[in-house]
Design a protein around this ligand. Structure first.
Ligand code: HEM
Length: 354
């Protein structure tokens, strides 16, 4: 029997089949703002990274003898290779930047409070995976910076002892460590990130967005009755789409105007480069106290992030009622920025026994 309900337009026909109007459920009014769209914008950068990464994967050869050659091929000859590589580079920067801004928004608005403590921890895992993707990606360039990054990987494995085995070249003789980092970069870490993000999204769907921290000085994590919201999830997706389009425009401009660098061919036994901006703060600590400092400083930063919901237990959301925690984490952020700037201008020290 023919369906009695007739489609009158393309959208209605599509809706009938995939149920777009189901996305029109109500969400809080504040979900439409940029602050509450940063998580979605971060996800869009990840999608751009996957698409450009798949394209580059057709031309990149992850064997130590050929990696650099294949990257030069991507830059100079592969169809759209130059653009894909530069867009990949800027999308990686954008993804980390918006993830950090998203985390700061959650921190500032107290959205990690009960019952969202677990989702904060899931977010910390997402941040670690994002940084892991950037670290493994920067080694794949197989220039001097890439080699030194890899050498750090190897020495960190030694500092970690038994648990570090997987990260060291001696784990197996059959596959070079560069190739194993490539596998981590193109499959293990993206798949993990996707799965962990699915948990993040599921918890957001189950718990809903945290109430508006600025509704009043007494706003708490318990939902208060107010004006019914007119905003819908579909509208929120529209806002995320708009902000992401603006972000994509900026990335495309940068990909054309400021190409990603490729340093000189790697030379073993020297240490002359500085890492990417996100690693600069711990690079300073490493300069001061050696390689162990890198491991312990990174662990300390992640522990400091993980404990946020457990040190700030009050139900209040308004920043004015959470000055202690905001000042403490503001100082931590300033310290990291200060260390990063210092690292950029101070001469680098050699840490590796290459
Ligand atoms: C790195 C990739 C990440 C992605 C793709 C992501 C995605 C999202 C999205 C789409 C939302 C919905 C609301 C919004 O966009 O603000 C959200 C909410 C949330 N995220 Fe993330 N997130 C990421 C990282 C983080 C990090 C690093 C943290 C904290 C350490 C975090 C903690 C949270 C919390 C607690 C919520 C609920 C906030 C609320 O209810 O207002 N997320 N995330």
């Amino acid at each position: 029997m023919v369906n009695a309900k007739k489609s009158t337009g393309f959208w209605q026909a599509l809706d009938e089949r995939v149920g777009i109007s189901e996305l029109k459920y109500h969400v809080p009014e504040h979900a439409q703002g940029l602050g509450y769209s940063l998580g979605g914008v971060t996800l869009v950068s990840f999608v751009i990274l996957v698409i450009t990464g798949i394209w580059m994967g057709q031309f990149y050869n992850p064997m130590p003898e050929t990696a650099r050659e294949s990257l030069l091929y991507i830059i100079s000859s592969a169809p759209a290779g130059f653009f894909a590589r530069n867009l990949h580079y800027w999308a990686a920067n954008a993804m980390l930047l918006t993830a950090l801004l998203h985390m700061l928004r959650v921190l500032y608005t107290g959205s990690y409070k009960r019952p969202r403590e677990a989702n904060w921890l899931v977010g910390v895992a997402l941040l670690a995976l994002t940084i892991g993707l950037i670290f493994t990606g920067s080694a794949l360039k197989w220039d001097q910076e890439g080699l030194e990054g890899l050498a750090h990987n190897v020495e960190i494995a030694a500092v970690l002892g038994g648990v570090g085995g997987w990260f060291s070249p001696s784990f197996t003789d059959s596959v070079p460590i560069l190739t194993r980092l490539y596998i981590a970069h193109v499959s293990v870490l993206p798949v993990l990130l996707f799965v962990v993000f699915a948990v993040h999204a599921l918890l957001i769907k189950l718990q809903g967005l945290a109430p508006n921290a600025f509704a009043s000085r007494d706003a708490t994590t318990h939902k208060t009755a107010g004006e019914p919201s007119k905003a819908t999830f579909l509208g929120h997706l529209g806002a995320v789409g708009l902000y992401s389009l603006i972000g994509l425009g900026i990335m495309v401009f940068l990909a054309i105007a400021v190409p990603a660098q490729l340093g000189p061919a790697p030379v073993e036994g020297i240490e002359v480069t500085k890492p990417w901006w996100m690693f600069l703060p711990i690079f300073t600590v490493e300069n001061w106290v050696g390689l162990g400092g890198l491991v312990w400083a990174s662990a300390a930063i992640f522990i400091a992030l993980a404990i946020v919901p457990f040190v700030d237990r009050s139900p209040y959301l308004h920043p004015a009622r959470r000055k202690g925690v905001l000042i403490a984490y503001g100082l931590l952020a300033l310290l990291l920025i200060g260390l990063g700037i210092y690292s950029k201008i101070a001469p680098g020290a050699a840490h590796l026994g290459m």
